[in-house]
Design a protein around this ligand. Structure first.
Ligand SMILES: Cc1cc2nc3c(=O)[nH]c(=O)nc-3n(C[C@H](O)[C@H](O)[C@H](O)COP(=O)(O)O)c2cc1C
Length: 375
């Protein structure tokens, strides 16, 4: 755990924390400056990072009153199964930076709170250990494994087989980060991943030998991008797995249609939490366009800047099938391990129920009626 140097703060729930913002504030005090920059920073001027939260805030809700709400619930259907609510934990790398219990703590909390979990390829915990934690929990949410397409296809196939054998129920292929964004805040802070915190599920993969470039050639285009995934790779991935494959980071309507043509079982509208291409629109702005293109042919999920139950309700009202939450989970983890993550997820779920009750939504199918302006 990268606590603030000299910090003696205990790993307990922050006193009086009643919102995700309270968890964020406390986590800032707990974490080393460079780790904080890695977790909370975004690309370049962080315009997209800020836009994500602001866009949800500026969508207005118009309540309906005195409707009968008895028997209401937050249940949703996703990939053929019913789940208690539409909140999933987004895939996030190297959670051991936040707390020694790392992804195990996140998984335990998510399972206990009925939230879905998407485990990052770059997790600092073995995928089998996470699956063993989640799968026995009766009230758990969906368990998915996130992938980046690796040049070492033999290794990648073996990794997919491991995820299948461990009991993961879907694969999430992240397609919006063929190269890391220019994360200035992180670079300024001098973040370096400690050698003992590793992507343990990727041990043994063979990295491509760097090409020796001629004068005038570009390291990015003439070397790195020769291994970057293309649409054909989606077909390849589908050919080696029986699991549904969702694509994360599709934001253009034409790409959304192409993804479905390639057999994607669902899409996650995401700008990687503002960590890749700065000045992309907020995901609340992108979501309606993707939904229109998909026209109900596959579930569309969304992440980026979701910090309140009202944000979850708005995403569902726009037509999302579920939402993913990123950084707030890391804040809860840094603050109090599994208890902290559970508290963050509990707050969000409670806020969602309150928002539904106050807008007159008995179920999430009623959510579109809660928006002041329909998309
Ligand atoms: C520290 C950190 C690590 C991340 N690692 C991954 C990753 O390994 N794979 C991935 O697809 N997305 C990754 N993401 C992006 C998240 O899955 C998600 O898209 C984003 O955090 C959602 O925005 P939010 O943090 O505002 O909720 C990461 C995000 C953060 C903050």
């Amino acid at each position: 755990m990268k606590s603030k140097p000299g910090s003696t703060a205990p790993h307990t729930l922050p006193d009086g924390a009643v919102s995700l913002a309270d968890h964020e504030h406390h986590a800032r005090l707990m974490l080393d400056d460079a780790v904080w920059a890695y977790f909370n920073g975004g690309a370049a001027d962080e315009i997209t990072l800020r836009a994500n939260t602001q866009a949800w805030q500026t969508i207005e809700l118009l309540p309906r009153v005195m409707r009968s709400l008895a028997g209401g619930h937050t249940r949703v259907n996703l990939l053929g199964r019913e789940w208690a609510h539409p909140i999933l934990v987004a895939p996030m790398a190297y959670q051991r930076l936040a707390h020694p219990h790392a992804e195990q703590a996140t998984a335990l909390a998510a399972a206990a709170l009925g939230a879905g979990l998407v485990l990052s390829t770059q997790a600092s915990t073995l995928l089998e250990d996470v699956a063993r934690t989640v799968l026995p929990e009766a009230d758990r949410g969906p368990l998915w494994f996130q992938l980046y397409l690796l040049p070492d296809r033999g290794f990648m196939q073996a990794l997919v087989q491991r995820a299948e054998a461990a009991g993961f129920e879907a694969l999430v292929l992240t397609v919006d980060a063929p190269v890391q964004g220019a994360r200035d805040r992180e670079r300024r802070a001098g973040f370096r991943r400690p050698a003992d915190i590793r992507a343990v599920n990727l041990a043994g993969r063979v990295a491509p030998t760097p090409l020796s470039l001629r004068a005038g050639q570009s390291k990015l285009f003439d070397d790195l991008m020769t291994h970057a995934p293309t649409w054909d790779d989606v077909a390849w991935l589908r050919s080696i797995t029986r699991l549904p494959v969702l694509l994360k980071g599709v934001v253009h309507p034409d790409d959304a249609r192409q993804a479905l043509t390639c057999g994607a079982a669902g899409l996650i509208v995401s700008n990687h939490g503002g960590r890749t291409l700065d000045t992309m629109p907020a995901t609340a702005t992108l979501l309606p366009r993707v939904l229109q293109a998909v026209a109900g042919d596959a579930p569309v999920l969304v992440d980026g800047g979701i910090r309140r139950g009202t944000d979850v309700l708005k995403a569902m009202a726009l037509g999302a099938s579920a939402v993913l939450v990123g950084r707030p989970v890391l804040h809860g983890l840094a603050n109090a391990g599994a208890t902290g993550v559970a508290h963050v997820l509990r707050l969000l779920r409670d806020e969602l129920e309150i928002a539904m009750a106050l807008t007159g939504c008995r179920t999430l199918a009623d959510a579109p009626g809660a928006l002041l302006t329909r998309a």
